[in-house]
Design a protein around this ligand. Structure first.
Ligand SMILES: Nc1ncnc2c1ncn2[C@@H]1O[C@H](COP(=O)(O)OP(=O)(O)OP(=O)(O)O)[C@@H](O)[C@H]1O
Ligand code: SF4
Ligand SMILES: [Mg+2]
Length: 392
């Protein structure tokens, strides 16, 4: 059953169209990645869903959340405040700007439970806050609950944000680059907390990131965004091994998973500023396949449990761009493993151009997302290793 249904979501100012016709669904317990270069419209999409768009930016279309009897787009702030932090929550990239600097972190966790009535009174909420802080593995949670955000490390602050986001058992968690600002050694632990948190609650996760390896590791489906539009979507395994859209192909080739012998390819040109995208296909000024008919916006073509918007899709490769293999799924409490999961071992411990995995001493392309840094032997979702040849 869908817990979230986004249909025809547009976001823009009086003069600029920033996000156009975004549609997707999330089902309970599903983990979906949202990827795309900087300026693609990922954050605006998430903010629009929560009614948190900046002044002067408006949303149109439809965002429906299971159990909520009204559309979230255009809903009054009073109604959005009632579900924000409760049924749907968000973890931001920079916790320092998301936390209240003048309030003790325990009180901030307690407040979200009091506001939404999940704890009866302040005393009960404070006790529950310590438990929630403990559940995100913060050391000495009773003492830490009395600290202010500036007294915590970046990783600890992000754990507090995760605690707040999970405190009321949301059905949808939006995570907007939640590990980008963190020290590399903390990234895997924070990712681990998010994954186990949503798994315990059977919550759907929309994971916004630039890190394709993380998407390959933790997500079941992926949405590829460019110029404020979803240009391709589908199961991670399909999209990452057999992309149809030239932009997806370019992103994969530019990622450090693409097996280019340490040299990363780039997508020609750069993302235009808002309002400067070409008419017709928004990618046509950078696309190697562009032709005359690309001045007309391409229709959506259904494919492999997803689809793409392109007049001249990439031909299926003889050898996949990336070889995506199944891995062991972590033993998370309450987790509903994907149907295809089965045991496996680390598939990419010695790839060229990789970085060093601190805790295990081997070289690994996926070390930032790799759960083996904290739990040897466990992995999650899919792993990606370089294919023998790139198509470009
Ligand atoms: N308040 C605003 N007014 C006008 N344009 C805006 C506003 N906020 C964002 N934009 C523009 O909308 C586009 C999409 O922004 P958004 O923040 O969603 O990108 P993003 O995909 O999240 O990028 P990043 O990966 O860098 O976070 C950008 O061109 C940005 O400059
Ligand atoms: S529609 Fe044309 S310009 Fe756009 S991605 Fe496809 S081939 Fe490239
Ligand atoms: Mg963003």
């Amino acid at each position: 059953m869908n817990v979230l249904t986004v249909e025809g979501l547009d976001v823009g100012t009086a003069d600029l169209q920033l996000v156009s016709d975004v549609s997707f669904t999330l089902v309970a317990g599903e983990r979906v990645g949202l990827i795309g270069e900087s300026g693609s419209g990922k954050s605006l999409t998430a903010l629009a869903m929560l009614g948190l768009l900046p002044d002067g930016v408006r949303a149109q279309g439809s965002v429906r959340l299971a159990g909520i009897d009204h559309d979230l787009v255009g809903a009054p702030e009073r109604r959005m405040a009632a579900l924000r932090g409760d049924a749907m929550t968000m973890v931001f990239q920079e916790p320092m700007s998301a936390l209240n600097p003048s309030m003790r972190v325990g009180d901030q966790v307690a407040e979200v439970m009091l506001l939404h009535g999940t704890q009866a009174d302040r005393r009960a909420a404070r006790a529950a806050a310590v438990e929630v802080l403990d559940s995100v593995h913060l050391p000495d949670p009773e003492r830490l609950a009395r600290a202010y955000p500036h007294q915590l490390s970046g990783g600890q602050r992000q754990r507090v944000m995760i605690a707040i986001a999970l405190a009321n058992g949301p059905s949808v968690l939006l995570a907007d680059e939640p590990t980008t600002a963190l020290d590399v050694t903390v990234q895997a632990q924070v990712l681990d907390l998010i994954l186990s948190g949503v798994a315990e609650r059977d919550a759907a996760l929309l994971f916004i990131t630039h890190d394709l390896a993380v998407v390959a590791t933790v997500c079941e489906r992926v949405l590829v965004m460019y110029g404020g539009r979803i240009v391709e979507s589908g199961p991670v395994k399909e999209v990452f091994t057999n992309p149809h859209h030239p932009y997806t192909q370019g992103l994969l080739a530019a990622s450090d998973m693409a097996g280019t012998g340490g040299r990363l390819r780039t997508i020609p040109g750069s993302v235009p500023a808002a309002g400067r995208f070409p008419d017709g296909c928004v990618f046509r000024t950078r696309c190697p396949n562009a032709a005359d008919d690309c001045t007309v916006a391409p229709a959506w073509t259904e494919s492999d449990g997803g689809g793409y918007a392109c007049h001249h899709p990439v031909a299926a490769p003889e050898v996949p761009v990336l070889q995506v293999r199944e891995r062991a799924v972590p033993d998370l409490p309450g987790r509903r493993p994907p149907p295809s999961s089965r045991s496996g071992t680390c598939s990419a411990p010695t790839a060229a151009g990789a970085r060093r995995c601190g805790s295990r001493g081997h070289r690994c392309t996926r070390w930032a997302a790799c759960r083996s840094t904290s739990r040897p032997g466990s992995g999650s979702g899919w792993s990606v290793s370089p294919g023998p040849a790139s198509r470009r």
